[in-house]
Design a protein around this ligand. Sequence first.
Ligand SMILES: C[S@@+](CC[C@H](N)C(=O)[O-])C[C@H]1O[C@@H](n2cnc3c(N)ncnc32)[C@H](O)[C@@H]1O
Length: 298
Amino acid sequence: MNFHAFKPPDNEEPVFSHIPVLPQQVIVGLAVRPGGHYLDATVGGGGHSRLILAAAPDTRITALDQDEEALAAARRELAEFGERVQFIHTNFAAYQFACSTFDGIIADLGVSSYHLDRPERGFSFRHAASLDMRMNKQQSLTAADVINNWDEAELADIFFAYGEERFSRRIAKRIVEQRPFDTTTELAQAIASSVPPQYRYGRIHPATRVFQALRIVVNDELKSLEIFIQKAPHALVLGGRIAIISFHSLEDRIVKHGLRNSPLLQVLTKKPITASEEEINTNPRSRSAKLRIAQRVK
Ligand SMILES: C[S@@+](CC[C@H](N)C(=O)[O-])C[C@H]1O[C@@H](n2cnc3c(N)ncnc32)[C@H](O)[C@@H]1O
């Protein structure tokens, strides 16, 4: 999904327009049917939910998000559908899945462009902001806690494991020498100055992988995904489908193995579905999206 925030008149909430990734593939993959009940485990700006609500008459959605601001944005975006949508503020791993409830489940993982476009949330190193990165602001652990308190070896390990960062050790060393850090930009500069020059001016900013690792750790993203994939299939009706969109290899590995190893599911996508060149041109976030779909057969 791609959000474009524009500044609202005073005292109004920001408004977001958004483009859900792989829209047709999700609707076809879920085989949306009239009167069906769907779980959107990551409602975000409501892009995929809107598509499901529009795809067939009388569809209903249970919409989850662990971020209250995202949930509020989705409420506004989907207001016209009234009681066809029920909103719940929860991590999808903590959601109480009732058995055989949903005709389909969609999860579109990670942060939204909304998070990246709101500097104060601390997800982006392109704007100076406090090192936060919590999707759920009710939790206490922030990126600043990790960066300023964890020991050097722990930092190197998470940069390597969750960022696949090959300079993890030297970056961790530099961070420990220079901390405490207050802002995203200070941290990004320290990272950039600790890697070789050719890496510094490469295709992606040298802080990208470390920021990904921090975000995964702060939000315990991989653990939540593992729990979700274990629990969610039970909540599908027989023949119901689950569609999961991931954005990096660590997530995709969990999705691939989790769906394949579930005794309740049959995987429908031999290879993950990816975006066309045309979609990538209009929605750059779709470039790394991988969609896998499975069906409940037992
Ligand atoms: C990529 S956006 C979803 C965009 C949405 N599909 C759309 O088209 O508008 C991901 C959303 O999932 C939420 N999220 C990420 N991990 C979550 C989790 N474990 N539980 C609940 N929500 C989560 C984020 O807060 C974010 O709003």
